[in-house]
Design a protein around this ligand. Structure first.
Ligand SMILES: Cc1cc2nc3c(=O)[nH]c(=O)nc-3n(C[C@H](O)[C@H](O)[C@H](O)COP(=O)(O)O)c2cc1C
Length: 747
């Protein structure tokens, strides 16, 4: 019988004086964090007193207290440090530390994670390492650089690196004779823990327990209100009786710091109202202001029971409500793209900032799990008896947002906080060996994670994008103790999207300090060898999200320079390149710059004119915006400048490039394709004219090849339009910030 709390029969690391390890990570989407946690486990097995945490939680002085420090960081943006390292990194870069040798007592190792399709491969790790060495720190082990592009992903480099690290640690920091390392097959105590709440606490939320998980937020808050009213009545014998709706609403507001109560009261009417379903058609310019509404298909029917829209206590979060949800690509198109509109309460300060400055914003949404998936997992694991019992959380991962004013249940954590539809990591599978009595299952789980079987592990997990829930279905003997869920399951992370509107369309509903934020989201769906279509958690969540759903979101400034700061910046010419949903931040910029903006050249790439030429009907409303669209799957349209006896337009271009470069193979030019880079070359004269006028140049869309091809096309266009004489000069010209302001947002 597996111990459900999961705390029996554990071996703890011994306390050896002066033997301590700190593992600090910087991570955007959890990969580096996972590796840091695994390295922490390695250190614990070698009896180091170990701490694993985000870089930003540590001061330099704290770092110096540990005998050894391992840094694990991914690279984000264009060679940038992850968000949760920025404070630490800023401290480390202070000028006054230069030439002080202040880190001479620090002994460190570093593992960087990156993707070699980015120009600045692993730059975060490299920058960090260079600075640590500059400040006198000593590297006790060679640096590692994992590459997502490698055949087996980061593991191809990480696995041998961490084996070697382990051997180095044992050799250079030997254990006292009385101690030996804790073997890999022995279970360590959980890092995070929870237990059933004491009976008194359990009694308070019984009304919550009894209610259905799919209830609305109002019901939920009402229960919470009634729960807390019972509690205060028991304590003070005072029982007020305001209307339930008012109390529930007040309760909701008071718990959310970023939403000032006075604004909340004023906006109470909005909260109670149904979302407006019909346009007032006699409003001026309704068709012009909202043209996309009249092109779209009806909102898809919600086929699944939605997760409850309980608001998570997200730091610096804002309340939002989904007010429109449309699929914008035809049902038979390969890609399901959604246009969402949210009303977001931001408070006066942020509202002013957005109105006064630009809307180069991103929005972060936290997806949730569907009740039917949660129920399946509960049954599969045999957690029915405890699923709705209030829990006491003793220690939780940093990114787990739970409302401290209530005792959550296991079902609540599985719905709102834990991601069991993620692809299982190796450490997860290794853990499971302890939780099945079936020898064949144990054998198979060990086999999957053994050194040398990386290919098999990838074939089972990453390639088919098998989820944790599916893996658990394959191993019915595995029964994870509920006490281990925080240790085993990854935390649901927010997903960041560029907003796709700006200017007045963002802030016109401004009387209540409410922004109307639009998103253009391509739902991620894969076909793999597993028959069931694969979906990312957020895509699955968004796909069925009904209008009216309430969410808590974060708004962040997008990376890179502010492009619309004053009138002169709006009057600057702009060359924008976007592919697919990369048009989102560009549309936002175009709306911000308004109709009197400087000349704008937009190169847009998608598959078909009819299916995914997003916002096509809006562009003619902007007199200074000229659009060149490349439809990669439509046959190339005939160029009126050429006759049937002339070479195809692309061939003509190839010839002119040959003239410039002297030989065909010196340019990466594919004469039979129709992508944005080909249009940039084709319209080199227009590009050159704007390039001469100190433009803003933006590239948004897929990471990987696209930005590199676009850059090459710009180099060619600079030569073709005679801005410079040759490609070397073009390289220098493009790199000089005096010639242009460059902004890239790729993902
Ligand atoms: C938006 C974005 C930007 C990225 N930029 C870079 C980059 O400039 N250089 C690089 O080597 N890798 C880059 N990567 C790859 C990540 O570093 C890599 O996927 C890593 O495994 C992510 O780890 P994390 O989940 O801990 O953040 C980028 C990934 C994303 C999603």
């Amino acid at each position: 019988m597996v111990d459900q709390g999961g705390s029996g029969g554990l071996v703890r690391p011994a306390e050896v004086e002066g033997r301590s390890m700190v593992v600090l990570y910087g991570s955007e989407t959890g990969t580096a964090e996972d590796i840091a946690v695994e390295l922490g486990r390695v250190a614990e097995r070698l009896h180091f007193q170990t701490t694993v945490d985000e870089m930003d939680t540590f001061k330099l002085a704290d770092v110096l207290r540990a005998s050894l420090v391992i840094f694990v960081t991914s690279t984000t943006g264009q060679g940038e440090m992850p968000k949760n390292t920025l404070k630490f990194w800023k401290n480390l870069r202070r000028e006054k530390l230069n030439n002080t040798n202040c880190l001479r007592s620090l002994r460190f190792a570093i593992f960087g994670l990156g993707d070699s399709s980015y120009q600045k491969f692993n730059w975060a790790g490299r920058k960090l390492r260079a600075r640590l060495l500059q400040l006198g720190a000593t590297e006790f082990f060679r640096p590692g650089e994992g590459d997502e592009r490698h055949e087996n992903g980061i593991d191809s480099i990480y696995l041998p690196w961490h084996q070697e690290l382990k051997a180095t640690l044992l050799a250079d920091y030997p254990l006292p004779e009385s101690l030996s390392p804790i073997p890999d097959d022995v279970l360590l105590p959980p890092k995070y823990s929870l237990e059933l709440a004491p009976t008194m606490q359990r009694e308070l939320p019984t009304r919550l327990k009894a209610s259905d998980m799919a209830r609305s937020l109002h019901d939920d808050d009402e229960s919470r209100f009634l729960g807390s009213r019972n509690k205060s009545a028991a304590l003070s014998h005072v029982d007020h009786a305001p209307t339930q709706a008012d109390r529930a609403y007040e309760h909701w507001i008071r718990h959310k710091a970023s939403f000032p109560a006075d604004i909340a009261r004023r906006d109470a009417a909005f909260e109670r109202d149904e979302p407006q379903r019909y346009d007032v058609l006699d409003r001026d310019n309704i068709l012009k202001d909202d043209p996309e509404k009249y092109l779209l298909q009806p909102q898809p029917a919600c086929l699944m029971e939605s997760p409850p829209d309980y608001p998570l206590p997200i730091p610096e979060g804002h309340f939002a409500r989904l007010v429109r949800h449309d699929r914008v690509t035809p049902a038979d198109h390969w890609q399901d793209v959604r246009h969402l509109r949210l009303q977001v309460y931001v408070g006066e300060a942020i509202f002013r900032e957005v109105v006064d400055h630009s809307s180069q914003l991103t929005i972060v949404l936290w997806p949730k799990n569907y009740p039917e998936d949660v129920q399946e997992l509960i049954i599969q694991m045999g957690w029915e008896a405890h699923a709705d019992t209030p829990l006491q959380l003793l220690s939780v991962p940093r990114a787990l947002y739970v409302d401290k004013t209530r005792t959550p249940t296991l079902r609540h954590l599985l719905t709102h906080n834990l991601d069991f539809t993620a692809v299982p990591k190796r450490s997860f599978i290794r853990y499971l060996v302890h939780f099945t009595q079936d020898e064949r299952e144990q054998e198979r789980l060990v086999e999957l994670t053994q050194t040398g079987n990386e290919q098999e592990f990838y074939d089972y997990t990453c390639r088919p994008r098998r989820t944790i829930l599916e893996l658990l279905r394959d191993f019915p003997g595995v029964k994870i103790p509920y006490g281990r869920v925080l240790d085993l399951f990854p935390v649901i992370r927010g997903r960041e999207y560029s907003i796709c509107n700006g200017g007045l369309s963002l802030s016109r509903a401004g009387s209540n300090h409410m922004l109307t934020v639009e998103l253009l989201v391509a739902l991620v769906e894969y076909k793999t060898i597993i028959r069931k279509p694969r979906q990312g958690l957020c895509s699955r969540y968004l796909k069925h999200l009904p209008v009216g759903t309430r969410l808590v979101v974060q708004l962040n400034a997008a990376s890179g320079p502010r492009l619309v700061v004053n009138l002169p910046s709006m009057k600057r010419p702009m060359i924008a390149v976007a592919t697919g949903t990369g048009i989102a931040p560009i549309r936002s910029l175009i709306e911000d710059r308004g109709r009197a903006a400087g000349d704008t050249l937009l190169f847009f790439g998608c598959r078909n004119r009819a299916a995914d030429f997003h916002f096509a009907r809006e562009w003619p409303a902007y007199p200074n915006v000229k659009v060149h669209a490349a439809f990669s799957r439509d046959s190339i349209e005939p160029d009126p400048a050429t006759t049937t006896t002339s070479p195809a337009p692309s061939d003509t271009l190839a010839q002119s490039l040959e003239l410039v470069y002297g030989a065909k193979d010196t340019v990466q030019y594919d004469s039979r394709k129709n992508y944005v880079q080909h249009l940039i070359r084709k319209h080199a004269d227009e590009v050159g004219t704007l390039m001469r006028r100190n433009p803003i140049v933006c590239v948004c869309g897929n990471a990987g090849r696209m930005p590199i091809s676009v850059r090459n096309a710009f180099l060619d266009a600079l030569v073709l339009s005679k801005v410079v004489g040759n490609k070397e000069e073009a390289e220098k010209w493009l790199a000089n910030p005096a010639n242009l302001t460059f902004w890239q947002e790729t993902w």
